[in-house]
Design a protein around this ligand. Structure first.
Ligand SMILES: NC(=O)c1ccc[n+]([C@@H]2O[C@H](COP(=O)([O-])OP(=O)(O)OC[C@H]3O[C@@H](n4cnc5c(N)ncnc54)[C@H](OP(=O)(O)O)[C@@H]3O)[C@@H](O)[C@H]2O)c1
Length: 324
């Protein structure tokens, strides 16, 4: 499996990152351990979690982080894993009330360190933004945690590009590293933002793409397989109503047809090409996958070594109205 250097860091994790949003509750601990074991066996070493994960399901609080913490303790893998988690997420019942004061950020981080049974986080993400808070306060808080040795680097998730640019400008002025990555919803599928239930999430758009191309800031996209939409279409499996609402556009059906053509021509699977569309971007891009079975982990991980030409990339993503 290829590795991807995250610019301005000494982190060079595997080209595919392992997501964990339902670990512990939803995906039982033993099944989560099996997914993690399969992921490292396939050459993976980059794990994404968050303090809030699986709190929407009945069961243990912070169960994704706690499950990963137990797996790290029993597997002895901590030193070879690039461990990423997120904090400063609103309470689920009050998504409109931000939790991004310096005290809340530091408190969440300390909780995550305990849950994950580790002394440091390699990449700490702010899970949301609060545009009423000055970027200087936020960057200073995160930088203080780097200085304290609790996190190595930090990034933003679900931030709009103007706020990212302002935060990076402030960090540069201070002579500190600032954000080393941006985590947004992004895949080969077009999405209708109105169909996404949570208005506090942010998807890749043209302006953000141009920012990444111009600055080289790493992208670590989530929902990178569009929930398996393209694989399900290729297999003729049922598309869930929520997925149909978010992804079921004419443009995506055209992309699905092109994907299947390219899969036939190259011998790659649909999953491999869907993820390779991200790993072959001209700036560091490491997709996070949300696999539910070991077979899905193995299938998704094969994408780590796939190379696409710039012609194949452009053809896959072209808009509906463009000619073949
Ligand atoms: N920062 C944020 O706000 C944020 C938000 C969401 C997620 N995340 C992170 O990103 C991760 C991934 O997000 P996601 O779950 O939305 O991503 P995803 O990979 O696009 O969707 C996951 C679903 O895709 C299907 N799938 C996965 N691998 C497959 C394969 N090889 N073949 C066919 N289908 C496959 C499965 O559907 P079935 O279950 O139907 O088989 C699975 O449940 C999360 O676990 C989390 O770590 C971050």
């Amino acid at each position: 499996m290829r590795t991807t250097q995250i610019p301005r860091t000494d982190l060079a994790p595997s080209a595919i990152c392992m997501g964990s949003s339902n670990f512990g509750n939803g995906i039982a601990p033993a099944d989560a351990y099996a997914l993690l074991d399969a992921y490292v066996t396939c050459g993976g070493n980059f794990i994404d979690t968050a303090a809030v994960y699986a709190n929407w399901l009945p069961g243990e609080k912070n169960s994704s982080e706690k499950t990963i913490g137990r797996w790290l303790a029993k597997s002895g893998q901590r030193s070879r894993i690039v461990l990423a988690t997120k904090g400063a997420h609103p309470e689920l019942a009050t998504m409109h009330i931000s939790r991004m004061s310096p005290a809340e950020i530091v408190d969440d981080l300390n909780t995550s360190l305990r849950n994950l049974q580790t002394e440091w986080i390699d990449l700490y993400w702010l899970h949301r933004d609060d545009t009423a808070r000055p970027v200087a306060e936020i960057i200073d808080t995160l930088h203080s945690q780097v200085v304290a040795g609790k996190i190595r680097y930090f990034g933003c998730s679900n931030w709009r590009v103007d706020r990212i640019a302002a935060a990076q400008a402030y960090a540069a002025e201070r002579g500190i590293t600032g954000f080393v990555g941006n985590q947004m919803r992004w895949s080969l599928a077009e999405i209708d933002p109105a169909a996404v239930g949570d208005p506090t999430t942010v998807a890749m758009d043209d302006e953000t793409l141009a920012y990444h191309q111009g600055t080289g800031l790493a992208a670590i996209p989530y929902s990178s397989q569009a929930g398996g939409y393209f694989q399900k279409l290729a297999e003729g499996s049922e598309i869930r109503p929520g997925q149909q609402k978010t992804y079921g556009t004419a443009a995506n059906r055209s992309r699905a047809a092109r994907l299947q053509t390219l899969a036939g021509e190259t011998g790659y699977s649909v999953s491999e090409i869907v993820l390779a569309y991200l790993t072959n971007q001209p700036f560091a891009t490491i997709p996070i996958v949300g696999c539910r079975t070991v077979a899905q982990v193995e299938d998704s991980m094969r994408a780590g070594d796939v190379r696409l030409t710039s012609e194949q990339m452009a053809w896959l993503a072209k808009g509906d109205g463009q000619s073949e």
